[in-house]
Each structure stands twice: as C-alpha cells, then as structure tokens.
Design a protein around this ligand. Structure first.
Ligand code: AMP
Length: 487
C-alpha cells in the first residue's frame, strides 16, 4: 500500500494491484490540479487601481482609531453624521471650486445605464465638508443652538495618481463646527485633534502648521495683484500655468513647474494682503494654542488647495516627510454655506486620512489590541453531540467567550487540527461517550493536556481557565425606555 501526500495534507491510497500505475497517474494528476487551483491560481479580478481591500488585521487599526475619534467627539459634544457617498456635482464645483485639481481632475462621475437628466450630474464625494454643509442647510439646522458640531467617518474618492499614501478611495475622519465664529473654536478643534493623535500615539511624529489666508475679499484683491504682476511674463510660464493664470491664479503659488517657481519668487505675497481683522484673529488663535500647550509653526506659505477656505488654515505634517504627507488638515470656511444656498454661516473643520494615520502608527511601532482571537473551538462527533454543541456554543458566546465550532462532519482528529490552525486556546470535545456520560473534554491546545468534566460545569470551568478579564461582553450600560426593556 502506498500513500501520496499533497501539500494540503490529504492522502490517497492505492492498493498495489496491476492497475497501480494508472491509478497512481490519476491520483498525481488530480493532486496537481488541486495544487494548481489552490496554490498557483491567479485571481480573475483584482481591486481597481488605487483602491484597497480592508482586511481583518488592518481593521484592528481602523477600529482602534474610530474608538478614539468617537470617544473624543462625545467628550467635546460632537454628534455623528453620515451623508451619501455621492452628491450633485455642483455642490463640489461651487464649494471646492471649479478650477481646483480636486474638481477639475479628480472627481468620479456617477452614472448608470438608466441615468436620468437629473441624475446625470452626480459625483462621488472627494471630501466630506461640502456634503455636511449641504445637510446643514437641507435640514434647517440653523434653527438649532449654534454652533452645531458634527463628526463623520467614511470613504472619499479622488482620481489621483496612485502612490504610497495616495489612493483613489481612502477613509477619513472629519470634524466640523458650524454656525459660530471665534478663534476659540478653531483652537478647540485643533486641541481635540491633538488629543486623538496623542491617544493613538502618533502626535510626537507630527508638527502643526498654521496660517491665516485672509478673507475672500482679501484674496480677490491679491488675485488682481498677482495677475498684474504676471502681465508681460505670461510667455515665460509653461502652458499649464498660462492656463492657470486665466482660471485660478492662486494655483501658481504651489505650481510644481520650475520656471513658475522661479518667477513666483518675485511676486507679491498673500500675507501682505491679509487685513487687520484676520491678523488679529490669527494672533488670538495662536495665543489660545499656546495656552493649551499646543506647539505650532506659523507657516505663511500654507494655503491649502480648496477655494472655500477663509482665514485659518492648518495641517499636521509628518516630521520627516513634511507637506508631502500631510496626515490631516483643515480650516475655516465662512463663505461655503452661503455658496451652497444657505444664509451666511461661518464654519471650521478638519479631516484626517485613516490610511496615513495607520501608516504613522505602524512607523511608530504602535501595537493595537488584537481582539479577534479564538478562545474556544468546540468539536463534536455524531448527531447528538452536534445538537449539544450548538447550545453550548450559544451559551459560551453569550458569556463573552469567542467561540467557533460545530463545523461540518469531520473526524475528531481533523477537527483538532482545525482548532490548532484557528489558534484556539482551548478545545471542548463531545463524542458519543461524552454524550452518554453527560461530560465534556476540555483540552488545552498549547500544552496538549486534557480533562473530562461534567457538562453542566463546562462554562464555569472555561471562564476560570480564560480569566474573567478576557470576556468580551457587550452590555447596554444606559437605561433603555421601559417599552424596550421588556424585550
Ligand atoms: P485634504 O483635504 O486633501 O487635505 O485631505 C485630508 C486628509 O486626507 C489628508 O491630510 C490625508 O491624510 C488624507 N488624504 C488626502 N488625499 C488622500 C489620498 N489620495 N489617499 C489617502 N489619503 C489621502
């Protein structure tokens, strides 16, 4: 008798008759097919360029960050809001600006085979602020006590050139304070974010950059001055920047073109056009940041790419990579709600990219708790044992013990192998004998030791072995209304 083992650990046996050669060949053939299917198969489809699957190990980071975000948001009176992942395109064109990169190049348009005229102008959201402001207007939130404070967590979409830390779909957490203007609100917002970054242990690797870019009117005057400066110099600009000079001259300031960078050195500076009120506002904000012990760098070159910003803008930069890898950024947008059809209403906000935050955490060696471990694997043999297992599993789970089991009809031996692969701490075994004797075998998977105990003591024993502290219990600590309580 001979055995052929495949990579899977399965074995086939041939009985040594004269058909041995043919059988052996068939077995080898089947084994190689299985090998190809399991080990060498190329997926037919992959994620679209610039997107990622969020796999369970990565989710442990996401969950950890979301917890910190929710916790700090609640402490500071922010409420969760979710807006659709797609909106009318005009919201972004008006708010963010038609001639910004985000709208001009990066918007994902949405259509279906049956797209109606009205729906023809939908696009995936490239950021969260504009949609939240649309919701503020649509739901009459100016009637609420002001300011209204929101936070949101969700995906945004930008048709960017994919590279490290730059994806076409990424996740952001976002905070907005709408309806009141005061430097103390900008300071509180920045403070809250330093708290979150500190909670997830990346604050020490970041530095806060801050600037005041003046009011919308200041910027209009500045744009005129820029245009005037470029009269007679247009021909020295590369074609792309000649176009920008016509549509959005501010974009020349952060142009990557070498010729433009040289010319722009002699151009008037935005700071010269910022009015006294804005300067005063900025000085007060900086004094508040100092009072809160938040280190910052005053950066007159920081402008941020979107049209809706007014006065305060800020970003948290990686200490070594600088602006290339802003981990978060935001600012004041006092004209946005009016642009979207609401009453003039001030606002300030911030967004941070989850993927870049996680990258920072990994760089800093931050380990997040792994909460998906399997505590107990329940193995069974025979229909009666299986039925018993189902109730046992349900009770264990109710107690907060991570339990899997009652998987298929395999032999006890192969169920044990599976328990090992799932990295279970203990296995509970119920075979035909145990059903008869009303017992359960508890096996320590690491040490290989086992004991047989009465079945009605199993849960108590498992809790003792695992320790009360490791139970994953889910409780509503808050009082429910009486009608709910009866359920
Ligand atoms: P922004 O409004 O462009 O400053 O984006 C806010 C934050 O989102 C940034 O500070 C980054 O953390 C993150 N972010 C922006 N664009 C991307 C992208 N393409 N891929 C991943 N994260 C991004």
């Amino acid at each position: 008798m001979e055995t052929i083992d495949t990579l899977q650990g399965h074995s086939w046996q041939s009985n040594g008759t004269d058909k041995k050669g043919i059988r052996g060949f068939i077995i080898l053939y089947k084994a190689s097919r299985l090998f190809c299917r399991t080990s060498m198969a190329q997926p037919l489809f992959r994620t679209p360029k610039g997107t990622n699957d969020t796999l369970p190990a990565y989710h442990q980071y996401m969950t950890y960050i979301k917890k910190a975000v929710r916790h700090r948001a609640r402490q500071a009176g922010f409420k969760r809001i979710d807006t659709p992942t797609f909106e009318y395109r005009a919201i972004f064109e008006r708010g963010i600006g038609e001639h910004t990169d985000m709208v001009e190049k990066e918007l994902y348009l949405v259509s279906t085979k049956e797209t109606s005229d009205e729906e023809a102008d939908l696009s995936l959201r490239p950021e969260l602020t504009a949609g939240i402001c649309r919701a503020y207007i649509e739901h009459g939130m100016q009637q609420l006590p002001q300011p209204v404070q929101f936070y949101a967590i969700g995906p945004v979409f930008r048709h960017d050139r994919p590279q490290k830390g730059r994806y076409r779909e990424h996740y952001q957490f976002d905070f907005e304070i709408i309806g009141l203007k005061d430097p103390s609100l900008d300071a509180q917002l920045i403070h809250l974010l330093t708290k979150i970054y500190n909670d997830i242990r990346i604050l020490k690797n970041l530095r806060l950059q801050i600037n005041n870019i003046g009011t919308g009117e200041n910027r209009l005057v500045y744009i005129e001055a820029l245009k005037e400066f470029f009269i007679g110099k247009e021909r020295n600009l590369p074609p792309i920047d000649q176009g920008r000079l016509q549509t959005n001259p501010l974009r020349l300031l952060d142009s990557k073109e070498e010729d433009t960078q040289i010319i722009i050195k002699g151009a008037p500076k935005l700071a010269q056009f910022v009015d006294d009120d804005s300067r005063q506002y900025h000085d007060t904000l900086c004094s508040y940041l100092s009072a809160l012990n938040i280190p910052y760098e005053d950066n007159p070159h920081l402008v941020r790419g979107l049209d809706y910003y007014t006065q305060t803008v800020f970003e948290f930069w990686d200490r070594s990579a600088g602006a290339q890898n802003a981990v978060g950024g935001g600012g004041r947008y006092d004209g946005l709600i009016e642009l979207l059809g609401g009453h003039p209403t001030p606002g300030t906000g911030f967004a941070s990219g989850m993927e870049r935050v996680i990258w920072q955490m990994k760089e800093a060696g931050v380990k997040v708790p792994q909460k998906d471990q399997v505590d107990i694997f329940v193995a069974q043999l025979g229909p009666d044992a299986k039925k018993k297992c189902l109730t046992l599993i349900a009770h264990l789970r109710d107690k907060g013990i991570h339990t899997i089991g009652a998987l298929g009809e395999a032999s006890l031996k192969s169920q044990m192998r599976l328990a090992d692969k799932f990295d279970a701490t203990y296995a509970l075994l119920i075979g035909k004998m145990e059903v008869k004797r009303q017992t359960i075998i508890v096996r320590n998977m690491k040490e290989g030791k086992q004991e047989e105990i009465p079945e009605d003591q199993a849960i108590e024993r498992v809790i003792k072995l695992l320790g009360e502290g490791s139970l994953d219990t889910y409780t509503h600590r808050d009082q429910m209304t009486p009608e709910f309580d009866q359920d």
